[in-house]
Design a protein around this ligand. Sequence first.
Ligand SMILES: [Zn+2]
Length: 219
Amino acid sequence: MMARPPLQPITSRAGRFLAIYEESFVGIGISSNVYAAESGGRHYIFDASGHPDLLSYLNAAGIPSESIAAVFLTHGHHDHVRGLVSLSRIGVPAYLNMNDLGLLENCIGKRDVRDVFEGNDILSGLGLRIIPTPGHTPGSTCYYSGDEGLLISGDTVYADGYFGRTDLPGGSDSEMEKSLKRLMGLGVHSILPGHGAYIMEGGGRSISVALSNANFLLR
Ligand SMILES: [Zn+2]
């Protein structure tokens, strides 16, 4: 894998995003990327990494504990949720689609988690909409800024034109294809994925490649 700097600021009209790449989380095996969006002096975290002590990484990245407003999960897999252990200790509210609550609880036990669903305007201050994209897991969710075509895509689609695996418990080939079709229609430019590099341009093409890959591979 190409070496990437551990922290990358992303200039975006929706706010300033900071990407903490998965390779930054050491000593734990697999992790997701983490994105932090800053708005009005508060930080909104997207995905919690596979590191139980995500909070130390956020603090080291210049994000003080008291500025963390909430954490939004793209789905319930361990490499995206373990960091909640440190965030829930300081009372950060966590959001996840309830269809993935069982996955999360299998991994880190019972947590006070709030539901995200389409039409919920909890992220409207950041200009982000909630797009349900089942397929990788039943509760997989993308966060989307229509103003700038920016998609926080979790493990539904990656910037290189691949889609998340559908062969794990709760995965569905047909739901994945439907979700990719839906994303195709959004006008995506930028993809901030759960794994691998993010891209600021060309996201629509990545999704279209992912959809052809899915049409070909999921048969
Ligand atoms: Zn996953």
